[in-house]
Design a binder for this molecule. Structure first.
Ligand SMILES: Nc1ncnc2c1ncn2[C@@H]1O[C@H](COP(=O)(O)OP(=O)(O)OP(=O)(O)O)[C@@H](O)[C@H]1O
Ligand SMILES: [Mg+2]
Length: 271
């Protein structure tokens, strides 16, 4: 689905939560201009689970940074939930980022020498919530990712998979509509990968739009749609299941939750 009906009577709450129109990102490094993205048009529907694939340097992170309002396109328009983000001030952008988007990165990006709980509370500080409420929601988010017993652990005292689950708790604690993840399982072993994927699947099941950047087929298999980039352009766009449906790998993953493996830390559900 790459087109969207345009009529004056279109509902204010756009069906496409993400709408890119001929977006380009060019970098001028010395004499050479790099076309990191070129003429990318993409609609992502609310509730979808999308994998973005492509070889190194194909523009995946550039795309993610634009989707997450961390970077602005050189050309083209990006509407997030119907809002043209190109028209917003820096403060408005920061606000929309905080309210609508949760980020997860390959390298976790936790604040060092800061306990898991404080890391997860951080986005709520920006949202100016009272201290008790911040704490309550952060504890709840850490329990959801199966880390209720690691609240006071520093990042250095957590495994890679646990650090990534703290990062996921931090991404979901503000209850964002969209979760953007750039190679979230790139540093994880297969067991941690499965746990992390299950969390994303549960987040998607509970209605969030999830966009995962990945090199790994195992990750792409759970996606309902796979978009492939090459040299900054979309070269393939395949739908594996309906936005509200399940493909076989996603179904398997969610059923694993009902029959947790022995020693599986992720006992609780996310929804
Ligand atoms: N700040 C920058 N200045 C100049 N060129 C950049 C900058 N950021 C990215 N690029 C270039 O843009 C292109 C796309 O980079 P990007 O990081 O989006 O790739 P990627 O698909 O995420 O790759 P990887 O899989 O290795 O993470 C690359 O050729 C890269 O060298
Ligand atoms: Mg990248």
């Amino acid at each position: 689905m790459t087109t969207e009906a345009r009529s004056p009577a279109a509902p204010r709450r756009a069906r496409s939560v993400i709408a890119l129109d001929t977006v380009s990102k060019h970098y001028a490094t010395g004499e050479i201009a790099v076309r990191a993205l070129h003429g990318v048009s993409l609609r992502i529907e609310r509730g979808d689970l999308v994998a973005i694939m492509g070889s190194s340097g194909s523009g995946k992170s550039t795309l993610m940074n634009i989707l997450g309002c961390l970077d602005a396109p050189t050309h083209g328009r990006y509407r997030l939930d119907g809002i043209d983000v190109g028209l917003l001030t820096d403060d408005e952008l920061a606000d929309i980022r905080n309210r609508k988007i949760g980020f997860v990165f390959q390298s976790y990006n936790l604040v060092p020498r800061t306990a898991a709980l404080a890391n997860v509370e951080l986005p709520l500080q920006y949202a100016r919530l009272p201290r008790d409420e911040r704490r309550r929601r952060a504890v709840e988010a850490l329990k959801m990712v199966g880390l209720g017993h690691r609240l006071d652990h520093l990042p250095t005292a957590l495994s890679g998979g646990q650090q990534q689950r703290v990062a996921i708790a931090r991404a979901l604690v503000t209850n964002p509509a969209i979760i953007l993840a750039d190679e979230p399982t790139g540093n994880l072993d297969s067991r941690s990968t499965r746990q992390v994927l299950r969390l994303f699947a549960q987040l998607n099941l509970s209605g969030r739009t999830v966009v995962l950047i990945t090199h790994e087929d195992e990750v792409a298999q759970i996606a309902k749609r796979v978009v492939r980039l090459a040299d900054g352009e979309i070269v393939e766009d395949q739908r594996a299941s309906h936005v509200n449906g399940f493909n076989p790998a996603l179904r398997d993953l969610l059923e694993l939750r009902k029959r947790p493996a022995r020693g599986d830390l992720t006992g609780g559900g996310v929804a």
